[in-house]
Design a protein around this ligand. Structure first.
Ligand code: ATP
Ligand code: MG
Length: 613
């Protein structure tokens, strides 16, 4: 049981922080454990990277275990001195020895605690960084298969579980294993016969306790569930207190809550009773075992088979061994839980992006020529309904092409393939004549600047958000981009200008301002290909004009693919490509397409937001 749950059990009523801790703990409770401890070996490479710290931690672990066991030796020497012929001589030196062993034990324990915890925290910090870094390299297909929530809980809850293991449990586990092994070896040396008897007694003591512990644990969760339900009812009632009072249902609500509390009380009682019985059984079994061993030992001593000192040492050692076994038993569940957590993290770490850098990537010329050749593509899990179905399009360097089509036609998908977030099922996507499958994804993305449909911004200042577009963008670049994107004026009007924090997802800006900021971010990238996914949301006349000017500036001298929802944008394109059902159905200029009276003419009549300039 962790500290926080003990705390809530004592206080009876969790605070908000306590409730959160309880929630996280409940989440940890629900994470599966595994019997396959091999997963923990994933930690080896990280341990090896911290060889020196690991060595020191192990050394200190051995030192504390040795000091603990050394206690028994000091006791033996003391008793042997008392029972020998020289018992008249001063016993003080032996007490000095005992004291020295105690001081050594305390010192080593403190050092061990520091080093082991430090190592654990170091490993967890490394693990966090490497898992997060790895997640960012995965492609969207991975996130379709694994929910973001699951990925997040692996990054938080599972790593937390491992942190618990490494910072505390692992040390307890290893130390007790060492003590158990050391104690057993010493016991064998002191008296092989008694040791064998102890080994026979241990299962008799331990097995019943283990068998008993499981139902007790189930009862504990049952109690927590009961209480959670009662609190849930109470919360519901309090939220709707006016309704409850208006209908005069206070009595019923009190009764309902009372009944839940009573049920929870009864489960608690059952748990307390079980716990009481278990404690009694534990005391009887453990002390019974100790007394039995002692009885055998004293008889052996009386027969002169071993000295009284040796008997004392043996008694000490068997207490050490017994408590080590107990600690190991308690620890076992934690270790399995951590192994389960490690399994899930290892799975995450071993996930390979489906879109990878080829062994010998071809360089892209940077001209900005785009070609789709008979591209067929379906999203993972949607194989039956391809999003692109024989899509063919060539865009010359510097050309402006408007993509138009009904919702779900596959327009945004064209961009995703061009950025190589996915590979086509058949057909080829080329930039500057190079098949994208032969190119490094980083290189491909360096060719393009994207203004996405919802253009997400990040918390941070306006300048940070623009500089995000290109690594190493300086203040001048940022200002120039902001000016070109018609964003300079409104940014200057913010309380701290370019350094104004925008808050989470830049909620402090209007839609049009966010769009212009996103355009500035794309401009700072200075890439030969510009991909614009226009937002459908209508802008007011002022903003519309400004965004339009920003776009004109952005498109200058670049190959531009723009998914157009505004007539003004469509009119500025060199060519309009009309998409439906994942393929091109019409191409031409605005006038030609209107004259044809096809899908475009219908869409134009219905859908375009009129340009107001
Ligand atoms: N992540 C995804 N997983 C599965 N299917 C998807 C995914 N994204 C899009 N689709 C499907 O692919 C098809 C094309 O989607 P796409 O986003 O390219 O449409 P769009 O033309 O951009 O539409 P809109 O104008 O509404 O943005 C749609 O049928 C859509 O349901
Ligand atoms: Mg779209």
């Amino acid at each position: 049981m962790s500290e926080s749950s003990v705390q809530t059990a004592v206080e009876g009523r969790p605070s908000a922080g306590g409730a959160l801790a309880q929630e996280m703990e409940a989440a940890a409770e629900r994470r599966d454990s595994t019997r396959n401890l091999k997963a923990l070996s994933t930690l080896w490479p990280i341990l090896r990277a911290h060889r020196a710290e690991t060595f020191i931690a192990c050394l200190l672990m051995v030192a504390t275990s040795a000091a603990t066991l050394g206690m028994s030796g000091a006791v033996r020497l003391l008793v042997e001195h008392l029972t020998s012929d020289r018992s008249g001589a001063s016993v003080d030196p032996w007490f000095w020895l005992l004291g020295a062993v105690a001081v050594a034990l305390g010192l080593f324990t403190a050092l061990r605690y520091y080093w082991v915890t430090r190592l654990g925290e170091r490993i967890v910090a490394d693990l966090r960084k490497s898992v997060y870094g790895h997640i960012l390299t995965l492609d969207p297909a991975f996130f379709i298969a694994t929910r973001t929530g699951e990925v997040l809980s692996r990054l938080t809850t599972d790593i937390q579980i491992i942190e618990n293991l490494l910072a505390t449990s692992a040390s307890i586990f290893l130390r007790n294993t060492l003590i158990l092994i050391g104690a057993l070896i010493l016991m064998l040396l002191v008296s092989p016969k008694l040791t064998l008897l102890v080994l026979l007694i241990i299962p008799v003591v331990v097995v019943p306790l283990f068998l008993f512990a499981r139902p007790l644990r189930n009862l504990t969760t049952a109690t927590q569930d009961e209480f959670a339900r009662a609190v849930g009812h109470a919360g519901e009632t309090l939220d709707a207190l006016e309704t409850v009072q208006a209908f005069g249902r206070e009595g019923a609500a009190t009764q309902r809550f009372g009944a839940a509390v009573e049920r929870s009380f009864r489960t608690s009682l059952r748990r307390m009773a079980a716990r009481a019985v278990m404690t009694a059984a534990a005391i009887v079994l453990v002390f019974g075992g100790v007394v039995a061993v002692f009885w055998l030992g004293v008889h052996a001593g009386q027969r002169g088979e071993l000295t009284w000192g040796a008997l004392f040492q043996f008694a000490f050692l068997s207490v050490f061994a017994a408590s080590a076994v107990g600690a190991l038993g308690e620890m076992w569940g934690d270790v399995q839980k951590a192994a389960g957590a490690m399994e899930r993290i290892a799975e995450l770490l071993s996930a390979r992006p489906g879109i990878a850098r080829p062994a010998a990537p071809q360089a892209l010329a940077g001209r900005g020529e785009v070609r789709f050749e008979e591209v067929v593509f379906a999203y993972p899990g949607r194989e039956a309904t391809p999003a692109l179905d024989g899509f063919t399009l060539t865009v010359a360097p510097g050309e402006r092409v408007a993509l138009v089509g009904p919702s779900g036609a596959g327009k945004s998908t064209v961009f995703r393939l061009l950025l190589r977030f996915y590979d086509p099922i058949s057909g080829v996507v080329r930039i500057d004549g190079v098949d994208l499958r032969q190119a490094d994804p980083r290189d491909i993305r360096a060719q393009a600047a994207l203004v996405a449909q919802d253009s997400p911004l990040f918390s941070g200042s306006a300048a940070d958000n623009i500089a995000f577009g290109r690594e190493g963008a300086g203040t001048d670049d940022v200002r120039a981009a902001a000016r070109a994107a018609q964003a300079e004026a409104f940014i200057a009007g913010l309380p701290e200008g370019f350094e104004t924090p925008l808050g989470e997802r830049a909620k402090g800006l209007s839609g049009g301002q966010r769009q212009r900021l996103a355009i500035a971010r794309a401009l700072v990238r200075q890439a030969p290909i510009l991909l614009l996914d226009e937002a459908t949301s209508a802008l007011d006349a002022e903003n519309e004009k400004l965004v339009q000017e920003a776009l004109d500036e952005a498109m200058r001298g670049r190959t531009t693919l723009v998914i157009a929802h505004r007539l003004a944008t469509v009119l500025k394109a060199d060519r309009i490509v009309v998409m439906d059902g994942g393929r091109v159905v019409e191409t031409g200029s605005h006038a030609e397409l209107i004259a044809r009276g096809g899908l475009y003419a219908r869409l134009a009549a219905l859908q375009f937001t009129e340009g107001r300039d």
